[in-house]
Design a protein around this ligand. Structure first.
Ligand code: HEM
Length: 407
């Protein structure tokens, strides 16, 4: 794992460092749930927690398990301007500041507000699908369909010109990525800093513009927000814009892609192409079975016992939602994909204070995208069995998913 990765997001253990292991981490999770459900890894100086009840408890108790990376005993102040832009956001703040920051944008993401976006999301989906289906029977689901949709949707919501979407992809990919095999740590750190500087500069210009001439968009809402009569500091305005961009892109792309992967693996393509739609429980089951976010980090604020192990104040704890979601103690036959599973209290969007702000939007996008896709296709199959996992220590998906289809 690179030391340049945002410190709040570090998660990658040695056991998952190969392509095969990160494509299918679930056997290892099972072993850990049974044999070492709470373990300390000296290599990463962090704890790993694998069972559902323990993971949920950690996410639910933000007084004992803080999201603030500075509370870690081994925290190192990020060097250089521009690094750690999203550290100044709700994602890495505990209450009360968390609640204030979340409050600035919360109304825009409530289910009722999001439902109003449906016609526009459907229109965008159809446009993207028209282009993707020009491929005469072959397409890459990721780059041609699952990636462009969330980028365009969040760009529109924020009020960012859609022409800049290619730049968005590079930025959001770079921020969640790990160092590549042929790249040294220093080189990687430099590239990350460069990306953050570029992105920061770009957004600051837009923010200034909207402060002067507010419009009906999220950048204007954030740029003109006040908390207790005070405007938000520049870093928090910038951080919030970038968080919304980054948090919703690759995660939603991977939800759509992981869903198609699950459907194919479980012989459901025919069922959904015949019906011309994908039922919502199958999307929830994807969030459980192949969760786009596998793990989140917390810092213990006091000595605390979890699963019989004592975690010390200032220790880093990785809550493995990807493992919790497969725990048979909570989900009968946890390692089986059951498309109509009910109940399904998965932790794919987290839990508690930091429960995903964008969950209603992600659900709507996935529902529209998958239903439009299967409505248009008469037949579909995987075109290439060799998958490459997303390069990240906590985001789970594949880099591309080639499909052969008939319409
Ligand atoms: C938080 C997952 C889509 C914005 C989270 C968390 C998870 C998550 C697990 C909790 C982090 C923690 O506990 O530390 C996902 C998944 C998505 C998705 C799987 C897609 C399938 C989105 C979208 C947006 C978004 C579309 C916005 C456009 C956020 C924000 C937070 C968050 C702002 C921080 C909330 C807080 O700290 O209060 N997300 N997310 N997410 N997500 Fe999402």
């Amino acid at each position: 794992m690179s030391s340049a990765e945002p410190q709040g997001l570090q998660a990658f253990p040695e056991e998952l460092s190969t392509r095969e292991a990160w494509l299918e981490p679930y056997g290892w999770y099972r072993e850990m749930r049974e044999n070492e459900p709470v373990r300390y890894d000296p290599g990463r100086n962090s704890w790993d927690v694998f069972r559902y009840a323990d993971v949920k408890r950690i996410l639910n108790d933000d007084a004992t398990f803080s999201v603030d990376p500075e509370k870690a005993t081994d925290f190192v102040e990020p060097e250089g301007e521009g690094e750690g832009l999203i550290l100044d956001t709700m994602l890495f703040e505990d209450p009360p500041r968390h609640d204030d920051l979340r409050g600035v944008v919360e109304d825009s993401f409530r289910p009722r507000a999001i439902r109003e976006l449906e016609p526009r999301i459907r229109e965008l989906t159809r446009e993207i699908l028209d282009d993707a289906l020009e491929g005469e029977g072959e397409m890459d689901l990721v780059s041609e369909f699952a990636y462009p949709l969330p980028v365009v949707v969040i760009a529109e919501l924020l009020g960012v010109p859609v022409e800049d979407r290619d730049r968005f992809k590079e930025w959001s990919d770079a921020i969640v990525s790990s160092a590549s095999d042929d790249e040294g740590g220093a080189e990687f750190a430099e590239r990350q800093q460069e990306v953050q500087r570029e992105m920061g500069f770009y957004f600051l210009q837009l923010i200034e513009e909207r402060r002067e001439n507010p419009r009906d968009d999220l950048i204007s809402t954030i740029a003109t927000a006040e908390i207790d009569g005070e405007p938000l500091p520049r870093e928090e305005v910038l951080g919030t814009c970038i968080l919304l961009l980054v948090a919703g892109n690759i995660t939603t792309t991977n939800l759509i892609t992981n869903a198609v992967r699950c459907f194919g693996e479980n012989d459901l393509f025919g069922t959904y192409t015949d019906a011309g739609a994908v039922p919502t429980p199958a999307i929830e089951e994807t969030l459980r079975y192949r969760a786009p976010v596998q793990a989140m980090t917390r810092i213990a604020t006091e000595d605390v016992t979890v699963g019989g192990e004592t975690i010390g104040a200032g220790d880093r704890v990785i809550a493995w939602m990807g493992s919790a979601n497969r725990d048979d103690r909570q989900f009968p036959e946890g390692d089986s994909f059951v498309p109509d599973r009910s109940p399904n209290q998965h932790l794919g969007f987290g839990h508690g204070t930091h429960y995903c702000l964008g969950a209603p939007l992600a659900r709507l996008e996935a529902e529209v995208a998958l239903s439009e896709l299967f409505d248009r296709l008469a037949g579909v199959e995987f075109a290439d069995a060799r998958l490459q996992p997303t390069r990240s220590s906590f985001i789970y998906g594949v880099e591309s998913l080639p499909l052969r289809y008939s319409v």
